[in-house]
Design a protein around this ligand. Structure first.
Ligand code: NAD
Length: 295
């Protein structure tokens, strides 16, 4: 079997075009959705993500602002920045780019964001809404994007066994919470594996849908995959590669070629989950702006 490639770039673009249509409708009633991204420090990967989020917003007709705080900024300065954005009517959604410097308390920072502007969906209020199946929850963009990719690619989750590797608050846990909800893209039986799981290959081989989010280059090998499984690779890893101009190449958490040879569908890295994440962030910002119309 050679896997169907799930093209996140094309699917992400389609979602962004749908968002742009709705943004134009809001413009007609005088609302321009605004997203603020707060970045602390100079982490090179974060800089790239923040730039592409800003660009995608503008392309969809949204207002976008990036607030860059120096590496030396205090937590109080960051909290004051969030307070200002909470009070700014031009900003409908905001996110604080993670990871934050280690000296900061990420939980405290994320709790400071007004839950109605929390387009990353990391505030406990939105986490609680997600767990209880409240449709007004902001769903974290990466798992939300994966769920949309499954739905739009015609991959059945209803009754499927989804095995997730990784239990982060950003990917693994919200992914599990989305897949167990009732409704489209839900109704799955979910197993969540992590660094303490015993005999990981015996668990991953049970998966009809395998979602790998651990941040270890080419960790998932073909012997860990049931032939015909759908494999979603969330990882973004830089590995040294002297043949490349930059001296590195990007790869996922999945050993791509051998796994693609036995899977029924697979996401590439780059061009798989990444573009879906950005598309869903825009969708969440639109959702936040629409809330202000309903008020
Ligand atoms: P994280 O570091 O917070 O969590 C990693 C998880 O992997 C942990 O729960 C840990 O238990 C598990 N793990 C680590 N080693 C393991 C092992 N040997 N066996 C089983 N489980 C193991 O990571 P994260 O924030 O969830 O991100 C994971 C990866 O996804 C990273 O490469 C990150 O860059 C990438 N990512 C991509 C996107 C995107 O848009 N494509 C978004 C978020 C994260």
């Amino acid at each position: 079997m050679t896997a169907r490639i799930l093209d996140g770039k094309a699917l992400g673009l389609a979602i962004r075009e749908e968002v742009a249509v709705d943004v134009a409708k809001l413009a007609a009633v005088g609302i321009k959705p605004g997203l603020a991204v707060v970045l602390v420090g100079e982490d090179p990967a974060s800089q790239v993500y923040v730039r592409s989020k800003g660009r995608a917003c503008e392309e969809a007709g949204m207002y976008s602002v990036t607030i860059r705080l120096p590496d030396t900024a205090t937590q109080d300065e960051l909290l004051a920045t969030i307070d200002k954005l909470n009070a700014d009517p031009a900003i409908h959604g905001m996110l604080v780019q993670l990871p934050l410097p280690k000296r900061m308390d990420s939980d405290k920072v994320l709790r400071r964001i007004n839950p109605l502007k929390d387009v990353d969906g990391f505030h406990p209020e939105n986490v609680g809404k997600l767990v209880t199946g409240d449709p007004t929850a902001f769903r974290p963009a990466t798992p939300y994007g994966i769920q949309q990719m499954l739905i739009r690619s015609g991959i059945e989750t209803n009754g499927a066994h989804a095995v997730i590797i990784g239990r982060s608050n950003i990917v693994g846990k919200p992914m599990a919470n989305l897949l167990i909800q009732q409704g489209p893209g839900g109704n799955a039986t979910v197993t969540v594996c992590h660094s303490r799981s015993k005999d990981l290959p015996s668990l991953t081989r049970q998966g009809d849908i395998l979602i790998v989010a651990i941040g270890r280059a080419e960790f998932l090998t073909a012997d860990m995959v049931r032939p015909g499984a759908v494999v979603i690779d969330v990882g973004i890893n830089r590995v040294e590669d002297a043949t490349r101009e930059k001296g590195y190449r990007l790869c996922g958490d999945v050993e791509y070629e051998p796994v693609a040879a036995i899977a029924s569908a697979i996401t590439p890295v780059p061009g798989g989950v990444g573009p879906m994440t950005i598309a869903m962030l825009l969708k969440n910002t639109l959702q936040a702006a629409e809330l202000t119309r309903a008020e």
